[in-house]
Design a protein around this ligand. Structure first.
Ligand SMILES: *[C@@H]1O[C@H](CO)[C@@H](O)[C@H](O)[C@H]1NC(C)=O
Ligand SMILES: *[C@@H]1O[C@H](CO)[C@@H](O)[C@H](O)[C@H]1NC(C)=O
Ligand SMILES: *[C@@H]1O[C@H](CO)[C@@H](O)[C@H](O)[C@H]1NC(C)=O
Ligand SMILES: *[C@@H]1O[C@H](CO)[C@@H](O)[C@H](O)[C@H]1NC(C)=O
Ligand SMILES: *[C@@H]1O[C@H](CO)[C@@H](O)[C@H](O)[C@H]1NC(C)=O
Ligand SMILES: *[C@@H]1O[C@H](CO)[C@@H](O)[C@H](O)[C@H]1NC(C)=O
Ligand SMILES: *[C@@H]1O[C@H](CO)[C@@H](O)[C@H](O)[C@H]1NC(C)=O
Ligand SMILES: *[C@@H]1O[C@H](CO)[C@@H](O)[C@H](O)[C@H]1NC(C)=O
Ligand SMILES: *[C@@H]1O[C@H](CO)[C@@H](O)[C@H](O)[C@H]1NC(C)=O
Length: 324
């Protein structure tokens, strides 16, 4: 029995040794923080609130937005087993690697091992040496019930091919290929090979996290805004400015331009939402007016800690070219 366990341990260690560093953690050398996403496939039927609890997602709306579920979705909403749910995480880069910033926090249960926590609770999104490393655990076989662990989920804030993107930790399915993944997420096989430091499909390992850059809608959000860099991936929405503003990305309909409007839900830490009207106009955020053939939109431009929401007027000419 003891011998078998030692053997299993050795096999474990030797198989991890062959996995490239890129698949244990995503490269991130910027020293920045940003928003990132991981794909979690629940092994059993669960609910929005259980997922929030496991991943430490405080704001339910951010989870709903990442999955394009209606804002009215309640926390007891059922998630069927084997459904992939996108979990928004704050990402921090240090030591060349991206990690979810001091979250999730997991409390060790009776019978847990670090390897079980990595592969069965967090479904292979990370490997146990990463948990060991960031929690400075000397001997991975010595963890105690009730001990709290920081689970450093893989993420990144790096630009890809000179473009700001949202990094998505995709859990590789058995039998899938890099070309399939590229097609699924609107990127190219070359980009994925390069980003993940692999040369061919035989190096793609099932049940590990794969770094996929999601192209995102972008906008005129100022660099000094608390939510900058403001990037929202296709077919998702995001509540910002303490929940006062809802911005969505519908790439096909709006050519990768972010569409923001008043959310009309309760602000998270302000007593009320401040004015969100564009200067020198009667427009509030998201509203549009057309004069002759110019379309003017009052766009969201960021927010500050002193309860200000910035706006900017954006004019787009829809004139036939002979008028220009
Ligand atoms: C789903 O599985 C997890 C981990 O195995 C367990 O903690 C949780 O209680 C299960 N939830 C349900 C609803 O069975
Ligand atoms: C930094 O990265 C190196 C190489 O990847 C690793 O050996 C070292 O333990 C890391 N340091 C910390 C503090 O995580
Ligand atoms: C776990 O328990 C052992 C034995 O009681 C103790 O020596 C060790 O410090 C504990 N570790 C943590 C992280 O609590
Ligand atoms: C947003 O898009 C504009 C124009 O397409 C570009 O100049 C700017 O760098 C982009 N910003 C980010 C953060 O990607
Ligand atoms: C990657 O995609 C390109 C075109 O998009 C294709 O020509 C090439 O064969 C693909 N590479 C592999 C290894 O399939
Ligand atoms: C995949 O790439 C690795 C590393 O370059 C190489 O050792 C291996 O032979 C390649 N496998 C196939 C099937 O091409
Ligand atoms: C954006 O997402 C929608 C819905 O998933 C999809 O139909 C569309 O092709 C995507 N557009 C782009 C440009 O990726
Ligand atoms: C979409 O936006 C890009 C850059 O912002 C622009 O070059 C292109 O003409 C736009 N396409 C359409 C169909 O409006
Ligand atoms: C449309 O806007 C442009 C500049 O944004 C301006 O020069 C032009 O006069 C406007 N045209 C009309 C008809 O308002």
């Amino acid at each position: 029995m003891g011998f078998t366990r030692i053997l299993v341990c050795l096999l474990f260690y030797s198989s991890f040794a062959t996995i490239s560093v890129a698949q244990q953690a995503f490269k991130c050398t910027t020293g920045k923080t940003c928003r990132s996403i991981v794909g979690y496939k629940s092994p059993n039927t669960t609910s929005i609130s259980s997922i929030q609890k496991l991943f430490g997602v405080k704001n339910r709306h951010s989870l709903l937005g990442a999955n394009n579920l209606p804002l009215s979705t309640q926390s007891n909403y059922v998630i069927r087993e084997q459904t992939v749910i996108k979990i928004p995480i704050p990402c921090i880069c240090f030591n060349g690697t991206g990690a979810s910033n001091k979250m999730p926090i997991y409390t060790v249960q009776p019978g847990d091992t670090l390897s079980y926590i990595a592969s069965d609770v967090f479904m292979g999104l990370l490997t146990y040496p990463r948990i060991q490393q960031v929690n400075q655990i000397e001997n991975p076989n010595l963890i105690n019930v009730s001990q709290v662990l920081w689970i450093p989920l893989p993420c990144s804030c790096e630009e890809v091919d000179g473009e700001s993107v949202v990094h998505y930790a995709h859990l590789v399915e058995a039998g899938s290929t890099v070309e399939e993944i590229a097609g699924m997420f609107g990127t190219t096989n070359d980009t994925l090979y390069r980003l993940n430091g692999i040369a061919n499909n035989s190096q793609l390992i099932a049940e590990t996290a794969f770094d996929v850059p999601l192209k995102a809608c972008n906008s005129s959000v100022r660099e000094d805004s608390l939510d900058s860099p403001f990037l929202v991936p296709n077919n998702t929405y995001f509540l910002t400015a303490n929940n006062c503003v809802k911005c969505k990305c519908d790439a096909a309909a709006n050519n990768w331009t972010l569409q923001c409007e008043l959310s009309r839900i309760k602000p998270s830490s302000w007593s009320a939402c401040p004015a969100m009207q564009c200067e020198d106009s009667s427009l509030t955020i998201g509203k549009t007016t057309t004069s002759s053939c110019n379309t003017t939109t009052c766009a969201y431009a960021g927010y500050s800690s002193d309860q200000n929401i910035f706006t900017t007027l954006a004019t787009q000419s829809t004139c036939p070219s002979y008028y220009r």
